[in-house]
Write a new protein. Structure first.
Length: 417
């Protein structure tokens, strides 16, 4: 009992030291004006880019009409043509055709930008096929859905009202038949892409803060003073927790801004209901995000302990960023075959597991054993990196004036014990 009490007291003291370091690390960054300027500057810059993009899209959008072939004999009320189109409003005229050949010819010569076929059994599937050599814009799909919904609601008895209000499923088909899509695949990319971008930003910003802090404290020998009152592992854990808090602050502020924007413009973003926001998917993705960042923070701690100047550390840090971007380089492989060799290998690689698994789960069912294996590999990697970073801290304090080599660290601390 006495030994347990002594152990608890020792653990409490260690925890207090870790919390003190984490609090200092957090307030040291969050309390600065430049942090908030950078934090708010990213969404403001994003909004400016979106605004410019919208203007560019408006002045360059395809205004050619779209044809439709009504094999279901559904369209009894033609499209309503507004007398005047307001500024920044887009209207696409829908022209009826009696046969596919005429519509295909007009599409090929540029009279139409595409045509849609409403099949005879439309009211049993609520699916249509759009033929064109380019993807339709939201204004095209909106006009098609509006015309179909308008005529379905004219019936004396309206069956499947909820399904009609959801809109039709528009499948896409190239004119030569070589390429096809269900038209909604791109919605699946949004959530994993957002998670991948968040991970990249956390590694770049919070990881940069951690690396800068470690190298500066090593150069001015502040770390030597701090290490007299705590162990290297306590110092490292505190710094990682503090920087993790900085990262979560960034995410919370951006999510808050995004949520406000979605509430205001929800009606203008019809695909929001199609996003994969299930609790299980988000829990797995963000758990991977946290574990991956902790591992990267540990690797940056090793770099900070081994390097003698900030410039050297930043050059090595840039090499660490490359593996986290691997899923972007093989993006097409994830879209065409998410359970293929490359996506599966990248799902087991700790630095790329977060984005890889999130992207795969958005497009297909990933076996549970693969998810568990990815978590096990990440956890083992975190433990190994933490242990090695503690060794690097000790070596770095002993030889603060020169750059250490990772190979020497392995030989002296790992192999020789």
């Amino acid at each position: 009992m006495k030994s347990l009490s002594k152990w608890l007291k020792k653990a409490g003291t260690a925890m207090k030291k870790i919390i003190d370091v984490a609090r200092y690390e957090y307030t040291h960054h969050v309390g600065k004006r430049r942090f908030w300027i950078a934090l708010l500057g990213i969404p403001v810059g994003f909004l400016l880019i979106m605004g410019v993009s919208m203007l560019f899209s408006y002045f360059s959008f395809d205004s050619e009409p779209v044809g439709y072939i009504d094999q279901a004999n559904l369209i009894t009320q033609p499209q309503e043509v507004p007398e005047k189109v307001g500024f920044m409003e887009i209207f696409i005229r829908l022209i009826p055709y009696t046969d596919e050949e005429s519509a295909r010819t007009d599409t090929e010569n540029g009279t139409l930008q595409g045509f849609v076929v409403i099949p005879a059994g439309y009211q049993s599937t609520y699916s249509v096929t759009y033929y064109s050599n380019k993807l339709p814009g939201s204004e095209v799909t909106g006009e098609i859905n509006g015309l179909l919904r308008q005529n379905l609601m004219l019936q004396e008895h309206v069956p499947n009202l909820d399904r009609i209000e959801e809109g039709s499923q528009i499948s896409l088909q190239s004119l030569d038949g070589s390429q096809s899509s269900d038209g909604a695949d791109w919605h699946h990319i949004i959530v994993p892409l957002a998670i991948g971008i968040l991970y990249f930003i956390m590694v770049m910003t919070c990881g940069g803060y951690l690396l800068q802090s470690l190298v500066e404290e090593k150069q001015n020998r502040t770390m030597e003073i701090m290490i007299t009152s705590m162990t290297p592992n306590q110092l490292m854990i505190g710094k990682i927790i503090g920087n993790l808090g900085v990262g979560f602050t960034q995410i919370l502020v951006w999510v808050l801004i995004l949520s406000i924007g979605l509430l205001i413009y929800r009606d203008q973003i019809p695909f929001i209901d199609d996003l994969n926001l299930s609790a299980g998917y988000l829990a797995i993705s963000f758990s991977l995000l946290i574990l991956s960042f902790i591992m990267v923070a540990g690797l940056l701690a090793i770099i900070g302990a081994l390097m003698s100047t900030l410039e050297e550390g930043q050059s090595v840090n840039s090499l660490l960023i490359v593996p986290t971007m691997l899923p972007f380089y093989f993006f097409q492989a994830f879209l065409t075959n998410p359970n293929g060799t490359i996506p599966r290998v990248l799902s087991f690689f700790p630095l790329s597991a977060t984005f890889s698994l999130s992207l795969r789960m958005a497009f297909t069912s990933v076996p549970a054993w693969e998810i568990v294996t990815a978590f096990v590999i990440l956890i083992v990697s975190v433990v190994l990196v933490f242990w090695l970073s503690g060794k690097a801290f000790r070596r770095g304090l002993l030889e603060y004036h020169k750059k250490l080599k990772l190979r020497d660290l392995f030989i002296k601390e790992v192999i020789n014990g």
